[in-house]
Write a protein that binds this ligand. Structure first.
Ligand code: DON
Length: 313
């Protein structure tokens, strides 16, 4: 396992990454969810939380933004707690689809199996799997779980939720398609709606780093010191996002950064160094795959400067 780098080295690297990339203008805010198109594109924050609870940050690290697809990581955590890794692998899967995150074709190619919890199909199936006897209970469990990971009560961004819920016909179609193949474990529209609400939770880059540090620390939130998930489940989640966290550009991410990571179209990126620390970044403009441009640059810079790449000796 890698050692925790010295606090001053982390702070210096975080500051340098911010300075280097703050003026990069490549990429474009997501606009298929109307709210996201209006978020100021210049915002940029980088936060690091170590497994011993040290928090280092620079820039817009306390600005609330929509967690979007990064919620899939924490939905997976909850389903793992409820059912364990073997059942999750059988009911959802763990392999890349090779297709965009909202692909219908991927579902058809695999006779309905969603393949992994990081694509929309697998994320909605994962939400449907979470133990709950009503839509409210499903939402409360998903919301509470994300809050415990962050160490504070996260708010729902009602405007994002409304914006997504009125434009998510494609996801509703996916939910029904999964149901037709027997891969939905609750009412499909309930699962789609709770998934959409989960995507609309507000987080900050500092929250993201704390949530990731909880995974890096084997399931204990290093800031609150509370156990959030079983130690045995953390590596399953990190394995999953290592393979599928940045969708069909995950291979490029591993080549550049070499860490389990997860992106969201709200502009967040999470990167985790097991046993060491997590990085949370926020910068809204995205590349063509839906991943924050400056977030990827910052993670790559930190990985190189602090020698965090898991595939490097
Ligand atoms: O389901 C959707 O389309 C969004 N709520 C989340 C997608 C997302 O963040 C994909 N990320 N890169």
């Amino acid at each position: 396992m890698k050692a925790i780098p010295h606090v001053s080295a982390v702070k210096q690297a975080v500051d340098e990454a911010h300075q280097r990339f703050v003026h990069v203008q490549d990429g474009k805010n997501a606009d298929y969810i109307p709210y996201l198109a209006k978020v100021p594109s210049t915002l940029f924050g980088i936060a690091v939380v170590t497994v011993d609870g040290t928090v280092l940050e620079v820039g817009d690290t306390r600005y609330d933004f929509a967690i979007e697809s990064i919620s899939k990581v924490f939905n997976m955590a909850l389903a793992l707690e409820d059912f364990g890794p073997a059942e999750l692998r059988q009911k959802i899967g763990a392999n890349p689809t090779g297709e965009p995150f909202n692909s219908v074709m991927a579902i058809e190619l695999h006779r309905g199996k969603p393949l992994n919890p990081c694509v929309n199909a697998g994320a909605m199936a994962t939400v449907s799997l979470v133990k709950a006897s009503s839509a409210d209970e499903r939402w409360n469990r998903i919301h509470d779980n994300m809050s415990v990971f962050a160490g504070r009560t996260l708010s729902l961004n009602e405007e994002v939720y409304k914006s997504e819920a009125t434009t998510n016909q494609h996801n509703r179609g996916i939910a029904w398609l999964l149901a037709s193949y027997g891969y939905m474990y609750s009412d499909p529209i309930e699962a789609c709606d709770v998934y959409t609400k989960g995507c609309s939770v507000n987080i900050t880059a500092a929250d993201l780093a704390t949530m990731g540090a909880t995974l890096a620390a084997g399931g204990i939130n290093p800031v609150t010191k509370k156990r959030v998930i079983a130690e045995a489940n953390a590596p399953k989640i990190l394995a999953e996002i290592t393979m599928n966290g940045l969708y069909d550009s995950t291979g490029d991410w591993q080549y550049r950064v070499g860490l389990p990571g997860k992106s969201g179209v709200g502009g967040g990126i999470l990167a985790v160094v097991p046993g060491v620390l997590a990085i949370g970044t926020f910068a809204p403009p995205l590349d063509i795959f839906g991943n924050s441009v400056r977030g990827q640059l910052a993670a790559e810079y930190l990985s190189n400067q602090l020698k965090l790449n898991l595939f490097a000796a």
